[in-house]
Design a protein around this ligand. Structure first.
Ligand SMILES: Nc1nc2c(c(=O)[nH]1)N[C@H]1C(S)=C(S)[C@@H](COP(=O)(O)OP(=O)(O)OC[C@H]3O[C@@H](n4cnc5c(=O)[nH]c(N)nc54)[C@H](O)[C@@H]3O)O[C@H]1N2
Ligand SMILES: Nc1nc2c(c(=O)[nH]1)N[C@H]1C(S)=C(S)[C@@H](COP(=O)(O)OP(=O)(O)OC[C@H]3O[C@@H](n4cnc5c(=O)[nH]c(N)nc54)[C@H](O)[C@@H]3O)O[C@H]1N2
Ligand code: SF4
Ligand SMILES: [Mo]
Length: 865
């Protein structure tokens, strides 16, 4: 064991500190860092299981040109040449970079400098366009600069916390724990989300609003505050510019009843929210993708900033609008200026700024205007106008809206470079050159979290194979394109110092983003950097980054919400699962994280399901004008009628279905360019299958199962595939590895059970059924790691013992939770009596009947075996 290394979590924008201890052979112990201000030692499920994701399986370990291994020299020369040639022939705007909030600040800085100061185009956009750009635009409109005026300390001081379009319990779990702790001390929690998420479950009030009506809600609340005398006129007089006609919009239609009707929530609930807000000056309104990912995202952000400005709830402890960031370094990317619509260091493309940055960089070719935003960028690629594209640390073939068109565009692009840690992603399949990047645990630099705290990510593992840090790769290409002296970096600290110097360069205080004390940091001090938050408490005395120092109230009106149309009667909402991260290239490696949700589900309200004849646990096809994909149906009343929810995580590498990116429409907010991922007109239909089954293997299958439904998750030593189809399941046998075969095939009942043994150990198992009854996977999965296979493999459980039963629910008959859940799911038991008939549970003393009833509602609809 070596000493623990202090680093930061690879995943979300909470930015938790981690103590990583390497134990050799890429084994690592992960603990929360008790000294980190973001988490004080706590970690969520994803952070805790990071150790399961640092192995080398699937890693890209050397550069590749086409399908062949190449040397770094050859690959870098080729990238530099193809970019140079395209620029020479078609001009600087014929090339583009598409980068990511998962790059470190140093990586981001170098890529941004190369594109905007040397290539001479601003065609560098980032997946933060899909994530934070409405918040960036809203902040800039309201405050004159993209400043998040809140910190986690504000949560500890708030009396009311309003979560808007944020499933915090799943997506920012450690912040959520902090919110719960504050609620335990008496603060109130209001959740505004069309779905009843686990976050909403525990709230004092949940407003399940009609999607896309957040402006009406916030404007209605502001009108209420004005009536109630809660508007802080003194604050507005001192610190804000209020357009003359601002208050005119709050006439007709802003009364409680009209707002309740537009938002489709009970008026009494709405009144309760308004009263809570009016009564608690210390309010934090935290928002995320339910607000940002909308075609009115920027207006929605400003509806929230208006409310906080007008009530003077900003720049004070416990009072602020709080845009919580998604990716670990979404904020660092914004500080660097890595969006196509920003220049650098919180400067835009005003001529002064262009000249200033040009002086600082000694740039030969400054970009003078914004570049293409992600959706337009890929549209341009599709139209043949981008001749060379370099994608770093993002998987747009999955995560862009209308991903089918994005794939066509990538296929047609003359030159695509992909820098990634994984060899085979849905995007890298289109790459002409693949460059192996250093991954988490290997890379070295800084990140900024949601509350502006900058922390180090430090390496504790050696660079595997020929992998190199992203900043190094971009630096090498820049030098080979001819700019040797402008890219002199030998280590991330060199880049860091330059970034910090730019932040203070000719900065008379008009840009709040400034890191003056960092610019002269020595290498040792850079290595020893402890987490620090820049910006203090912004706007504590007004002092907004506008020419007159005043914030802006921005008039915003609710746009009519389009009524569902005949062919597309449903609205498709998309988002995240608790234990998966985006396109699963890393969380997908963890067997423990796989247990939470093993397949992509389409969640649908019981009324819609009944009307459309979609039974829980069967397959359903979701169709939109952009494309279609399969999901397993989960019938739940946490959905609003008329709305569907699907996860974003599954890809071609892991499933035949769940391809959510193909479905989302490519419409974007006109101000920010952020796509409206949360509401695509859609349709859903049941899909019949003849059989259901699963394959478990030690190691991986040679190829993916070729059947209607096949979804993979990691299990210890190998993989588990859930399967369903309508053809002959016997065709699946060909997938099984060689070895001693034992089988039980009951053609009449349509049941096939096959186990393959190698050296006396279970190497693979295939179970198929026509009647839906399959053993629980737990025991068989455990058999994959046993040195000697049990004799009862084909029964799918240990000799003489029930399959892993879980905690006991029915004490009279000794029946466990897992047994009951499996029976509910596999046999489609619909009520307590049916459980009694099948298992005996609940038929003696009856004490467990309430528990069984709860399991019918919860597990019968949400759990998939
Ligand atoms: N487990 C996990 N955590 C993550 C990530 C992950 O992949 N997995 N990704 C990280 C990243 S990059 C991001 S950006 C964040 C995202 O974090 P969140 O924004 O919390 O997550 P989402 O699930 O995308 O969407 C949030 C909620 O918005 C709701 N919503 C949809 N439409 C509307 C609407 O019109 N109004 C309102 N008020 N709400 C609406 C959805 O129902 C959903 O519950 O999570 C980060 N954390
Ligand atoms: N329908 C729908 N689509 C969405 C969303 C939604 O809610 N609904 N959310 C959007 C949002 S908010 C986001 S943030 C995006 C996320 O979407 P993506 O950014 O496409 O998702 P990731 O899987 O995180 O992709 C990161 C890639 O970088 C690689 N990688 C990891 N670390 C490194 C590194 O250090 N260097 C390099 N070079 N590569 C690395 C990973 O292997 C992976 O292939 O999805 C967006 N798409
Ligand atoms: S809350 Fe976010 S940063 Fe913290 S451990 Fe979980 S995923 Fe990592
Ligand atoms: Mo994101």
């Amino acid at each position: 064991m070596t000493a623990a290394v202090r680093t930061t979590c690879a995943y979300c924008g909470v930015g938790c500190g981690i103590l990583a201890t390497s134990a050799g052979d890429r084994a690592v112990r992960i603990e929360g860092d008790p000294n980190h201000p973001a988490n004080a030692g706590r970690l969520c499920s994803k952070g805790t299981h990071l150790g399961e994701t640092v192995g080398l399986e699937g890693r890209l370990l050397h550069p590749m040109i086409g399908k062949r291994r190449a040397t770094w020299d050859k690959a870098l020369d080729l990238v530099a040449k193809r970019f140079r040639d395209a620029i020479a022939q078609y001009g600087p705007n014929s090339v583009a970079f598409y980068v990511s909030g998962q790059l470190l600040t140093e990586d981001y800085y170098v890529a941004n400098k190369l594109m905007k100061g040397f290539i001479g185009s601003a065609n560098i956009d980032t997946n933060s366009r899909l994530c934070m750009s409405s918040a960036v635009a809203g902040h800039t409109r309201a405050f004159g600069e993209d400043i998040v005026p809140a910190s986690y300390d504000d949560l500890d001081a708030a009396d009311l916390i309003v979560l808007v379009g944020s499933n915090t319990a799943w997506c920012h779990p450690i912040v959520y724990q902090r919110i719960r702790a504050r609620c335990d001390a008496g603060a109130k929690l209001v959740v505004i989300d069309p779905r009843r998420t686990e976050t909403a479950d525990q709230a004092d009030l949940h407003l399940a609003i009609r999607p896309g009506t957040d402006v009406a809600l916030m404007n209605g609340l502001l009108a209420w505050c004005r009536e109630a005398g809660v508007v802080d006129d003194a604050y507005l007089a001192a610190h804000a510019a209020v357009p003359d006609d601002f208050w005119n919009q709050f006439g007709e239609g802003s009364d409680l009843w009209s707002v309740a009707r537009i938002c489709d929530v009970p008026p009494q609930d709405l009144r309760r929210f308004f009263e809570l807000f009016a009564a608690h000056p210390r309010t934090v309104t935290m928002f995320s993708q339910g607000v940002n990912q909308s075609i009115a995202g920027t207006d929605q952000v400003n509806a929230i900033t208006n409310l906080h400005l007008a009530t003077g709830r900003i720049g004070k402890p416990g009072a602020a609008p709080f845009s919580i960031t998604g990716q670990p370094n979404a904020m660092g990317g914004r500080e660097v200026g890595g969006l196509a619509s920003t220049l650098a260091a919180h400067m835009d493309f005003a001529p002064d700024n262009v000249a200033r940055v040009g002086r600082f960089w000694a740039a030969p070719a400054m970009a003078t205007k914004p570049g293409l935003k992600a959706v337009d960028l890929f549209r341009s690629v599709g139209e043949g106008r981008i001749k060379a594209l370099w994608i770093m640390a993002t998987n747009p073939a999955v995560s862009m809206p209308d991903a089918g068109r994005v794939r066509e565009a990538l296929a047609a692009c003359p030159f695509v470079v992909v820098s990634d840690v994984i060899v085979d992603t849905d995007t890298s399949r289109f790459a002409h050159v693949r460059l192996p990047a250093a991954g988490w645990g290997e890379k070295d630099g800084t990140v900024t979290n949601s509350e502006r705290t900058i922390s180090r990510q430090r390496p504790f593992l050696p660079l595997p194979g020929e992998a190199k840090p992203d900043w190094w790769i971009v630096t090498q290409v820049a030098r080979r394109m001819g700019w040797k002296t402008a890219f002199p970096y030998d280590r991330p600290g060199d880049v860091w110092r330059e970034h910090c110097r730019l932040s203070t360069y000719e900065n008379d205080g008009s840009r709040l983003f400034a890191l003056p004390r960092q610019a002269g940091l020595g290498n040792a001090a850079y290595d020893a950097m402890t987490p620090f938050r820049w910006g203090g408490t912004p706007f504590a005395d007004g002092g907004y980054s506008t020419p007159d120092g005043r914030a802006r109230l921005v008039p915003v009106v609710q746009k009519p919400v389009a009524a569902p149309l005949g062919q597309w009667p449903m609205t498709l909402n998309t988002g995240r699962y608790r234990d998966q991260w985006h396109t699963m290239t890393r969380t997908g490696l963890s067997p423990k994280l796989a247990r939470h949700r093993e397949e992509p589900l389409v969640e649908i309200h019981p009324d819609d399901a009944a009307r459309l004849d979609i039974a829980d646990g069967t397959l359903a096809r979701v169709t939109t004008p952009q494309g279609d994909s399969l999901y397993r149906a989960s019938v739940v009343d946490s959905q609003r009628p008329g709305e569907l929810f699907v996860p974003i995580h599954w890809t071609d590498r892991t499933a035949t279905g769940g391809r959510t990116g193909l479905l989302s429409r490519p419409l974007a907010d006109p101000v920010s360019g952020q796509p409206g991922f949360k509401s695509t007109p859609a349709n859903v239909k049941p899909v019949a299958t003849a059989w259901r089954g699963f394959i478990l293997t030690r190691g991986e299958l040679d190829r993916h199962p070729d059947c209607l439904w096949a979804t993979r998750v990691a299990v210890p030593t190998g993989a588990a595939w859930e399967l369903a189809g309508d053809g002959d399941p016997a065709a699946l046998d060909a997938l099984l590895p060689k070895g001693t075969r034992i089988e039980a095939i009951d053609a009449a009942r349509g049941s096939r059970r096959i186990a393959i043994l190698a050296d006396g150990r279970l190497a693979a198992a295939l179970f198929v059924t026509r009647d839906g009854i399959l053993p629980s996977r737990d025991w068989l999965v455990a058999q994959l790691t046993e040195a000697v296979a049990a004799p009862t493999l084909l029964a799918g459980r240990a000799p003489g013992v029930q399959a892993d039963r879980g905690p006991i629910v029915c004490a009279c008959f000794d029946i466990g939770l897992k047994t009951i859940v499996a029976a509910i799911v596999d046999q489609k038991l619909a009520d307590v009596a049916a459980i009694g008939a099948a298992l005996g549970a609940g038929t003696n003393c009856g004490s467990c009947r309430p528990a069984l009833a709860r399991l019918i509602t919860s597990e019968g609809s949400t759990h998939v075996a």
